[in-house]
Design a protein around this ligand. Structure first.
Ligand SMILES: Nc1nc2c(c(=O)[nH]1)N[C@H]1C(S)=C(S)[C@@H](COP(=O)(O)OP(=O)(O)OC[C@H]3O[C@@H](n4cnc5c(=O)[nH]c(N)nc54)[C@H](O)[C@@H]3O)O[C@H]1N2
Ligand SMILES: Nc1nc2c(c(=O)[nH]1)N[C@H]1C(S)=C(S)[C@@H](COP(=O)(O)OP(=O)(O)OC[C@H]3O[C@@H](n4cnc5c(=O)[nH]c(N)nc54)[C@H](O)[C@@H]3O)O[C@H]1N2
Ligand SMILES: [Mo]
Length: 767
């Protein structure tokens, strides 16, 4: 049969680019508060109606309810009875539980080519997917397909591959432990470890840095630790927008006398001041100031900053001998002398100049770090998405180790995870690398031999598809084409595939940029009732602090034709294996208790999950939290020596960070405002330092193209409005995913291979 290659479909990767009517205000000083509550309710009622909104909001994050589909910040032991959710959690819920839907008639009327002219914001607004759909070779309209036929199409394509490694299984971090476990085991049963996941673009650098130094790829602190910490560093993170409930924990920390230091090129509003929406009294006052010190460093100068802080601390310890925890260092830490020797080669003044931070603030920070020992360092994408991300995180870990601030209450590491179950997905086996221990357990308990060679991560998967080495691409959630780097290259890679499959809740651009054949399989959102054999089911998730908890939906599903993720994966595996496999796939598709039993047997640390996930759940074991480094070489945690990165910016180049606005969840655009930063009604903006604008003769609101040039290859993101903003000279910021076109596929972090989304060298071109 002759077919039209997918790349021949005329699909736009941006939608029609148009400005939406920018209005500018001063950045806000206070986050959350009444306006946050109002916004939460406005989005909820608009999308879900009053009754559905109230039912859902009251159940979110409560003991018997469902976990918020937004970020992975844990629910405290004693959640607020009024509202254990934030404005952005409410927006995420409204977005998922919306009553807007698209059915097969809609796709009959609208081709993928036409739909691709819409913006990401407009695509998402169309609503929930309600029926399984297929895009056949050469066609531009999705058509309905039965679930059985959809499974059969996938099974047939998988069977026709020359090698299992021609299939790739992507996971976005919203799946449950149960779904992710089945999915990861299906990939392995098929014979591949090709399991890229959103972590590869997110906290992979944290996982690598922490595994090497502390023996566990996860953070060590609990929320209670934050309450009692004396000093908390918030590095490269914008919690006011991306983890708003974390501000309540920071507020509590401050009430207990703790000090907060923000390390960020921007003065993010949430860290300036916060009005706790969970407390009626707090809403009336002027808000709690969160950050005591803001170190406004230049993009990607964290290593210089950390080395400077370390140098100053070493000097003070030399005078008093009491700045570092020498007992801890002697008994538990390796690499002390090497670190001291390395630091000698740096000049403090030069380091300080590189950071762009003034002396007074450095001294204040050093004084706090020197005099206190209960220190927590929190971080997110501001340090994980650079070439030297792993080294950066390890430099911050050095500070904690010298202070003995690991393995005791109120101290430790806190990489703040993004997607609500990204950590759980990894725990239960979504990873592209091989764990011998897990493989042995799979053989012992699941009765098959998993593959023993590593698979593709995100960058590897894109390249493999581009080169025609992979032909079937299956996605459990997410919006791969927009989330990954080098949008045009990635799109071409995906369009090279024979079959692409998306298990999704809502429409996005990855449903339009597809393989020759594409399947769109609609699934439940977190808030929806999942009934199996007449019984309401629950699923489990793991929070950023390693706690496993239940999540039970309560809303009527948006359509009777959608299916749960575990059911889809179980039935797909059953169709593929035709009932001939050591795992009872069909039974598992409908029996989550049985899945949890298999997780308990196969995944280390999970135990009696069916029962222990009740209430507020249970913590998985964490060696760093316990101060146990026995699995590391010589049984010691490791201090690391890292080079100071060299930046070779050409004279006209700026370093661009791609960040989130207040009205988006990754590639899902809820609205066009970024209220805290004073931006209304526009996403195509670039934040620039006024001096950089003046030097280049750029006026406010002037239209610019952003151009990156790596290895002689030019990449462009067009039509951005210039905005003067309080950002260090030489730096710029713009929103992702519009700017992912600029990130070259081959530019990623050493060791973790996370794309360098926060330090892209660009020039500006006037239009
Ligand atoms: N509402 C909402 N919540 C979310 C998300 C969302 O999109 N919307 N996304 C979720 C996901 S998946 C994730 S991973 C998290 C992301 O949460 P964040 O990491 O907070 O998200 P970003 O917007 O990428 O913000 C990065 C921050 O790092 C700073 N930064 C950039 N470069 C540097 C640097 O070189 N050094 C330092 N010190 N700082 C730097 C930026 O100024 C910015 O404040 O949030 C999760 N929660
Ligand atoms: N330039 C740049 N690029 C980045 C980043 C950056 O900071 N800058 N951040 C990176 C980070 S941290 C991450 S985590 C990735 C995110 O990458 P992804 O996780 O791939 O992207 P999302 O936008 O979170 O995916 C949204 C889609 O998921 C689907 N979905 C939502 N809920 C569910 C569900 O419950 N089940 C299923 N099956 N589908 C669901 C919906 O269809 C929705 O359109 O992007 C990365 N890309
Ligand atoms: Mo993320």
């Amino acid at each position: 049969m002759s077919t039209t290659p997918a790349s021949k479909r005329n699909i736009s990767l941006t939608g029609d680019i148009q400005f939406t009517g920018l209005q500018l205000n001063d950045p806000m000083e206070v986050s959350a508060g009444m306006l946050g509550v109002k916004e939460a309710l406005r989005h909820s009622v608009k999308e879900m109606g009053i009754v559905r909104s109230m039912r859902a909001l009251l159940a979110m994050n409560q003991e018997e309810g469902f976990r918020c589909p937004s970020c992975a910040w844990p629910v405290p032991e004693k959640p607020s009875r009024i509202a254990e959710y934030c404005e952005n959690g409410a927006k995420a819920l409204a977005d998922e539980a919306t009553l807007e839907t698209v059915d097969s008639n809609f796709f009959q009327k609208n081709s993928v080519e036409q739909l691709s002219r819409l913006s990401d914001y407009e695509l998402n607004k169309l609503g929930r997917l309600t029926v399984p759909l297929v895009l056949r070779p050469g066609k531009v309209h999705y058509e309905p397909i039965s679930w059985e036929d959809a499974y059969a199409v996938i099974a047939k394509e998988l069977k026709s591959l020359d090698y299992p490694d021609e299939a790739i299984f992507y996971t976005s971090g919203r799946s449950s432990n149960e779904a992710a476990f089945l999915y990861g085991m299906f990939a392995r049963a098929l014979g591949t470890n090709n399991m890229p996941d959103c972590s590869n673009m997110c906290h992979e650098s944290s996982g690598v840095a922490l595994s090497q130094t502390l023996g566990i790829g996860k953070g060590s602190v609990t929320v209670d630790d934050l309450y009692g910490a004396e000093v908390v560093l918030i590095v490269g993170q914008n919690p006011g927008t991306n983890h708003p409930r974390m501000l309540a924990a920071l507020e509590k920390c401050k009430k207990n006398g703790g000090k907060i230091i923000s390390i960020n090129p921007l003065a993010e509003t949430g860290l300036v001041k916060f009005k706790n929406p969970q407390k009626v009294g707090a809403m009336l006052g002027s808000g709690t100031a969160i950050a005591d010190i803001h170190l406004q460093l230049k993009i990607n100068e964290d290593i210089a900053l950390a080395k400077l802080l370390l140098k100053e601390l070493v000097a003070r310890d030399g005078e008093t001998g009491s700045v570092f925890d020498h007992n801890f260092i002697q008994s538990k830490v390796a690499g002390y002398q090497a670190l001291l020797t390395d630091l000698e080669q740096y000049d403090a003044t030069e380091l300080m100049e590189r950071t762009g931070v003034g002396k007074e603030k450095i001294t204040q920070t050093v004084e706090l770090l020197a005099s206190k020992s209960n220190i927590i360092i929190c971080w997110a994408m501001g340090i994980t998405q650079h070439k030297n991300a792993v080294a950066t995180i390890q430099e911050y870990v050095n500070i904690l180790l010298l202070k003995g601030a690991i393995g005791k209450p109120f101290a430790g590491t806190c990489p703040v995870r993004g997607h609500s179950n990204v950590q759980g997905d990894r725990s239960v086996g979504i990873m592209h690398y091989v764990s011998k221990e897990l493989n042995q357990r799979i053989t012992d308990h699941l009765g098959f031999d998993p593959p023993t060679v590593a698979g593709y991560d995100t960058v590897g998967a894109i390249k493999a598809m581009h080169e025609g080495k992979a032909k079937v691409f299956i996605c459990l959630g997410g919006n791969f084409v927009m989330a990954a780097s080098d949008t045009a290259y990635t799109a071409k890679a995906i369009q090279n595939c024979r079959l692409t499959v998306q298990v999704s809740t809502k429409l996005n651009r990855s449903h339009l940029v597809t393989g020759e054949t594409a399947l769109l399989l609609p699934t439940f959102g977190r808030s929806e009732k999942d009934m199996k054999q007449g019984q309401l089911q629950f699923l489990t998730m793991e929070s950023s602090t390693g706690k496993v908890r239940r999540s039970k939906g309560l809303l009527q599903p948006v359509s009777e034709h959608i299916k749960s993720e575990p059911e889809i994966i179980g039935m797909l595996a059953h169709t593929y294996f035709e009932g001939k496999h050591s795992m009872p796939w069909k039974a598992l598709a409908f029996d989550y208790v049985a899945i949890r039993k298999l997780i308990d047997k196969t995944i280390k640390g999970f135990k009696d999950t069916d029962q222990r996930s009740k209430g507020f759940g249970y913590y998985l074991p964490n060696n760093a939290r316990a101060g146990d480094f026995s699995k590391l070489p010589n049984g010691r945690a490791k201090l690391t020596v890292n080079p100071l990165p060299g930046h070779e910016l050409k004279e006209d180049e700026l370093l661009l960070m791609t960040i989130r606005s207040h009205d988006q969840f990754n590639t899902t655009i809820y609205g066009l405002h970024d209220r805290y930063r004073g931006i209304y009604n526009e996403r195509r903006v670039i934040f620039l330092n006024a001096n950089d604008m003046e030097q280049r003769g750029i006026q406010k609101f002037e239209v610019l193209d952003l151009v990156s040039n790596y290895e002689g290859k030019e990449r462009r993101a067009e039509h951005f409005l210039a905005i003067p903003y309080d950002i260090p000279e030489g730096n710029a910021a713009a929103y992702f995913p519009e700017t992912n076109f600029l990130v070259p596929i081959d530019e990623f972090a050493d060791k973790s291979r996370t794309p360098i989304s926060k330090s892209i060298k660009i020039t500006l071109e006037k239009r």
